[in-house]
Design a protein around this ligand. Structure first.
Ligand code: TRP
Ligand code: ZN
Length: 874
């Protein structure tokens, strides 16, 4: 909470700290109602600092007991504290500092610092949570070697963990004491501590140089049968990072702990990753295929941080994308290698187009390297993560596989053990490849989504095709008149027979033949392709080669042609989505009938058993309402919902028999395994089922039959979703009741049950959501439950969230105010959908704005909520 207006922090004000901390020795005494933290630090003055520089340590919500320098306790007049810091006026050039603080983990509802989750203790220190444990130089450029001692009741806390290796262990008078030592110096945000009554599953990994690493996943006893998949994903990640990046693990032990109360997905603490239980625990009966895929990618993501984030870390939080963008790029590439690369690309593009483009077009738009922030927790965004990953992906396309690897090798070798900037990363890529990426760096500094306009002209006489590309980037808060970006355009020219034609282009210097990429770097450029005896179909931005919006007029016939023939799977999907967007636009104006040619194309897709079934699933899936909204100049959520439904019904009716045939072909019962071939088949089968349910009542009967027969959560959940969204309210309610009865003891399954209801257009009116919030399964203190109800409602149930009476907006504002103080990070994250009012039809926009104003009028907003609301009201 604050008294004065919160102040922004600027990248341009960065300077090194006046003191460094070379070693950190922490003792935690975990008592029933409080924890005593004794911190012993070795400090040394920065050579660049003045001898008179005071020592200013960050600290929040701490009870200070004592401060001593070189063994001498300081008088109260020697230092000064306020809500956020401890200042010691005069200190020697080198000294030992001992600070004792008391903290109250059981009262910590913000889930930052040391807190209790269920029966255990755990920590979350990124970004600035360590300052809630003790006074410290809590900034990532201060790197220190940590030793941690934990003392607690032996019976209640048989497991006590911290970073690094266990170095001592003893027990007396019912108290257990353990000591951990981490030999790798690290910033405080990577510190972790866990204590509890936990079981663990253990395995082993042999590194490429022949060292044995012990792998352990710690869980509460009831979750012991949900650890196998994460262990398997971990081993595959470790091998992959050796093979693809040459990165070997560097400790003798690697631990993962699952906790139920967690603000985000997971955290890469050195040697001791802490995971939201929803992102690590799975077995076939309780987790869907989607959950398995999420677990695989998050386990990989956190593991990959060991190099991209921990060994080489960020100089300051403006560099967050240095570790997050790069690590998302790495985990995406890993998932692409483990599953279908095309499908992964489609999923990533979907997130960019529905969520990131919206952020880039809204009041919170910021560059991948922001210039300022009020609260860093608000900058763990799709722009930092996903756009950051896309920017690294463009560097990969520009440099090629081998050039990119040369660059990352140099980056890791040169900066190991350092806290660096995004430009150090780009600099290593430049130097390793002898290229100048000055122009490219604009991607890091300019916010907003570039729009590329394309004009094409074919001249039969000269057998030439001319493409004229123009780019512009809209203004974003604080930024106007942007410069052109370096946009890699991967492209193909397709002949009438559906085959790719050879590409000869002028200027040839703008073309990288090996990766088929055109380098588009000016505001306007013309490229001439010759030797084309026929007019080719143009396939642009293959593989989603740049995170841009494209304006290129292609007829529905051309789009259908690309959907059928493009050799680039991503663009087959993209052509289909563009076609469906056209249909949805047409349906808004009136009746819609599915064109016969499209019907035949879909028909062929459904029957083609040689195609990857998950690819077919995406090709036949309509763009989501959020996707349609992002492609509409003015957003009318109800009109979008109805038009999309019209098209969906037309497809369901026209292709009913094909869906039934496809469903029956794929509906056999091999023992469940979370492997790509099975997951793809289930995805297509359940898509077919969902259309069948829309087409006729026999489909609904089949969904109920599948529910009863299912031995895995993927099929069971797909049936439940189909029934809930069928419009048959009585059957929906009775199946939901049966489901709850079966699963009420399993928190992760209950959360899925909550979100199916909250995200349903059929059920989820604001009044219904308010009743769900009263259910015994709901708990405001648990972020997963808040996301399952409030998050699902505001992000998925668009007709209800945007109800004409404003009840949806009011509900969300109530939730934000309720969580503002208890958990500011979650409160601010929930706000997202309320910030997008400018694109809405006027009546909705003003209702939404009124709720933002109501929040703003609240007396004491957290920094987190204040920043988002104040920026959104501008
Ligand atoms: N670094 C984490 C990641 O891998 C992000 C994270 C986890 C986080 N928990 C957090 C960020 C809490 C802020 C607050 O993506
Ligand atoms: Zn991360």
């Amino acid at each position: 909470m604050r008294d004065a207006q919160p102040k922004a922090i600027f990248l341009k004000d960065y300077r090194q700290p006046d003191y460094w901390i070379t070693s950190t020795d922490l003792t935690f005494e975990l008592n029933d109602d409080s924890t005593l933290v004794t911190s012993r630090l070795s400090l040394v003055r920065n050579e660049q600092a003045q001898a008179t520089a005071p020592l200013v340590l960050a600290g929040q919500e701490l009870e200070l007991i004592s401060v001593a320098i070189d063994g001498v306790t300081l008088a109260a007049s020697a230092y000064q504290t306020d809500d956020e810091s401890l200042t010691i006026h005069s200190v020697p050039a080198q000294f030992e500092l001992k600070i004792v603080t008391r903290i109250y983990p059981a009262k910590n509802t913000a889930l930052e610092g040391l807190y209790r989750s269920g029966g255990m203790y755990c920590t979350q220190c990124e970004a600035e949570g360590f300052r809630r444990i003790t006074y410290y130089l809590d900034r990532p450029d201060v790197m220190s070697v940590f030793t941690t001692h934990i003392i607690a009741d032996a019976a209640s806390f048989p497991v006590m963990l911290s970073n690094g290796n266990l170095v001592a262990e003893s027990e007396s008078n019912g108290l257990r004491k353990v000591s951990w030592h981490d030999p790798h110096k690290k910033p405080a945000y990577l510190f972790a501590l866990v204590a509890g009554n936990l079981l663990h599953k253990e395995d082993e990994f042999m590194t490429c140089s022949g060292r044995k690493v012990a792998l352990k996943i710690f869980v509460e006893p009831q979750n012991f049968d949900k650890t196998d998949y994460a262990l398997d994903a971990l081993k595959r990640s470790m091998r992959w990072d050796e093979e693809v990046y040459g990165r070997e693990y560097d400790l003798d032990i690697f631990m993962i702990v699952a906790v139920d109360d967690f603000n985000m997905g997971a955290m890469e603490n050195k040697g001791l990753n802490i995971f939201n239980s929803s992102c690590v625990l799975a077995n076939p009966a309780t987790a869907t295929d989607a959950a398995y895929l999420r677990i695989e990618s998050i386990v990989a993501h956190e593991y990959f941080h060991n190099w991209s984030g921990n060994r080489v870390t960020c100089r300051d939080w403006f560099q967050l994308s240095l570790k997050e963008g790069f690590t998302v790029f790495r985990d995406s590439h890993f998932s692409a290698d483990m599953n279908s690369a095309t499908v992964k690309r489609i999923e990533d593009a979907n997130v960019m187009r529905t969520v990131q483009f919206a952020e880039d077009g809204g009041p919170m738009a910021h560059p991948v390297q922001p210039d300022s922030f009020i609260e860093i927790s608000n900058f763990y965004t799709v722009t930092i993560y996903e756009k950051g990953s896309e920017v690294v992906g463009m560097l990969y396309k520009i440099l090629g596989k081998d050039g990119f690897r040369k660059g990352t090798d140099l980056y890791f070798a040169r900066h190991d053990g350092q806290a660096v900037t995004i430009y150090d990363f780009v600099g290593a890529l430049e130097e390793a490849n002898g290229v100048d990426l000055t122009l490219f760096k604009r991607w890091y500094k300019q916010a907003g989504t570039p729009v590329v306009n394309v004009q094409s002209q074919y001249d039969a006489q000269s057998q030439q095709l001319t493409l004229t590309l123009r780019q512009h980037c809209p203004d974003t808060p604080g930024q106007s008149n942007k410069l052109p970006m370096w946009i890699p355009v991967q492209l193909g020219l397709i002949g009438a027979n559906g085959n790719d034609l050879p590409v000869q282009v002028e200027p040839a210097s703008a073309w990288t033949a090996s990766s088929q990429v055109l380098h588009f770097t000016d505001a306007e450029q013309t490229f001439v392709f010759s030797g084309l005896a026929e007019e080719p179909k143009v396939s642009l931005f293959r593989d989603f080669s740049a995170p841009v919006k494209v304006e290129f007029a292609q007829s529905d016939d051309d789009l259908l042609f690309l959907l059928r023939h493009d050799s680039d799977g991503f663009n087959r999907w993209d052509a289909g989505q563009r076609l469906m967007l056209n249909w949805i636009a047409a349906a808004k104006e009136g009746e819609f009938t599915l064109p016969a040619a499209a019907r035949d194309a879909f028909d062929a897709l459904l029957a083609d058993e040689t195609l990857d079934a998950s690819m077919v699933t995406y090709l036949l899936s309509l763009p989501s309402e959020a996707y349609v909204a992002e492609f509409s100049p003015v957003v009318d959520p109800l009109a979008i919902h109805n038009a999309r439904k019209t098209v969906q019904m037309a497809i369901a009716r026209e292709l009913k028999d094909d869906f039934i045939r496809c469903y029956q072909r794929l509906n056999h019962s091999d023992a469940y395994q979370p492997v790509p071939a099975q997951m793809s088949a289930r995805a297509l089968k359940n898509l077919a089922l969902s259309y069948w349910v829309k087409a006729e009542s026999a489909g609904l009967e089949q969904a109920l039959a599948q529910y009863d027969a299912a031995d895995n959560m993927t099929d069971q959940m797909a049936s439940l979703v189909a029934v809930v969204n069928s419009g048959d309210r009585a059957r929906a309610e009775s199946l939901l009741a049966r489901f709850y009865e079966r699963w009420s003891k399993d928190a992760l399954v209950v959360n899925q049950w909550l979100s199916v209801q909250a995200g349903s257009a059929e059920l989820g009116s604001a009044a219904f959501i308010r009743s769900l919030l009263q259910h015994e399964a709901f708990d405001w203190r648990n972020p997963n439950k808040v996301r399952s109800v409030i998050g699902a409602f505001a992000n998925q149930s668009l007709v209800n969230f945007h109800a004409a009476d404003g009840s949806g907006y009011e509900l969300l504002a109530d939730a934000v105010l309720r969580l503002n103080e208890a958990n500011p990070q979650i409160a601010a994250r929930l706000l997202g959908p309320l910030t997008k009012w400018k694109r809405l039809v006027p009546a909705q926009a003003s209702l939404m704005k009124a709720q933002l104003a109501r929040i703003m009028a609240h007396g004491s907003l957290s920094k987190d909520v204040y920043e988002v609301v104040s920026k959104s009201l501008v």
